[in-house]
Design a protein around this ligand. Structure first.
Ligand code: NDP
Length: 327
């Protein structure tokens, strides 16, 4: 038996609770991992609360991220004792995930724990931080350089936003943070934001084009915020879009794209090819100041993760939550 969060859905409703789970219930896979840490991402919040159709099979162990030690493996890439990391691949959605003491997975989904990070630090980064790095890589791929001008980061005090600010600032970009929590301005400045703007400036329906200001942007919010970001990009600016914290819709016009040559670069972490994941994690090891992770993250136990899931969806969680699954 092992402890984990189990989501069940039946005639008595949708519920998540910490349970003793039988190992016989672990899904198929060629690597069994003794999990030490997992995290709480926006998607885990949707899964645990049932507020979004994330879970595709019941019962389900949520947790789209995990770090731990290989216990058994028939995959030649991994031996018992190896420290490993997993982000995404539908784990915690259609395959039992990381918010438990044990997981059975496909070896191809794992990557070795990057040198320089403890399991807890890797989970302080988690899918949110790795996605932030994919956004930075997307800006770089489209040629955005620090000398080009300011980079806007929306949803700044959340997980993706916090890591994006820290990385971009370390790379020498001038970062402007957009937040609904102006009381967190000092935190955002500590991470590296040169300026902090109120979310209200971006969340109402805007004009097709506004004053050109941003050379690049990382957007986690979608909806009117993303439309307004696109409308205020500089000529040939690049927006890396990865999130939907305000909604799935994009009430925009084509004006920024056809008149200013703006690029909207979509970022997906779940099915991102392994080679690019490895690059993203190498870059996190090089370009994220681990001292900042202390301030970005806090650690909780499995039971505390359940009520925090609802707080996270309400935009009340700052930075990242690490879950010590043995606590
Ligand atoms: P968090 O909840 O940690 O952060 C989201 C932030 O968005 C909040 O902290 C808040 O920031 C802001 N926000 C919340 N609600 C609203 C709203 N209604 N309007 C405007 N801003 C809002 O989540 P994550 O950082 O983990 O994830 C952010 C988004 O990115 C999510 O939508 C998630 O699904 C998506 N995502 C996508 C991935 C992909 O592969 N494409 C991978 C990882 C995440 P503030 O208080 O500073 O305004």
């Amino acid at each position: 038996m092992f402890r984990g969060i189990l989501i069940e859905k039946d005639e008595s409703g949708y519920r998540a609770a910490v349970k003793e789970i039988d190992e016989a219930g672990l899904p198929d896979g060629n690597v069994t991992v003794r999990v030490s840490h997992s995290t709480l991402n926006y998607k885990d919040g949707l899964a645990i609360t049932g507020k979004g159709p994330v879970v595709r099979k019941f019962p389900m162990v949520p947790g789209i991220d995990l770090a731990g030690i290989v216990e058994e493996s028939t995959d030649p890439q991994y031996q018992p004792g190896d420290a490993v990391l997993l982000n995404g691949w539908g784990v915690g959605e259609g395959h039992w995930g990381g918010l438990a003491q044990k997981a059975r997975l496909k070896g191809d989904w794992l990557i070795p724990l990057p040198a320089g990070f403890s399991p807890a630090q890797a989970m302080a980064i988690g899918t949110a931080g790795y996605t932030a790095m994919l956004c930075v890589l997307a800006l770089e791929r489209h040629g955005v350089k620090p000398a080009d001008g300011e980079i806007l980061v929306t949803g700044a005090a959340g997980g993706v936003g916090s890591v994006a600010i820290a990385v971009l600032a370390k790379l020498g970009y001038s970062v402007v943070a957009v937040t609904g929590r102006p009381q967190d301005a000092e935190y955002l400045q500590y991470l590296g934001a040169a300026e902090v703007l109120e979310r209200a400036q971006f969340s109402a329906p805007g004009k097709p084009l506004g004053r050109e200001r941003w050379a690049g942007a990382v957007d986690v919010v979608g909806s009117h915020v993303l439309a307004n970001v696109c409308a205020t990009m500089k000529y040939r600016g690049v927006v890396a879009a990865c999130g939907l914290a305000a909604g799935m819709d994009l009430p925009a016009t084509v004006a920024p794209f056809i008149l200013r040559g703006v690029t909207l670069a979509g970022v997906d972490s779940v099915m991102c090819p392994r080679a690019e994941r490895l690059v993203a994690w190498q870059r996190l090891a090089a370009d994220l100041d681990v001292a900042k992770l202390e301030r970005i993250s806090r650690e909780v136990g499995l039971a505390e993760a359940i009520p925090l899931a609802a707080s996270l969806l309400n935009g009340e969680v700052r930075g990242r939550i690490i879950v010590d699954v043995n606590r």
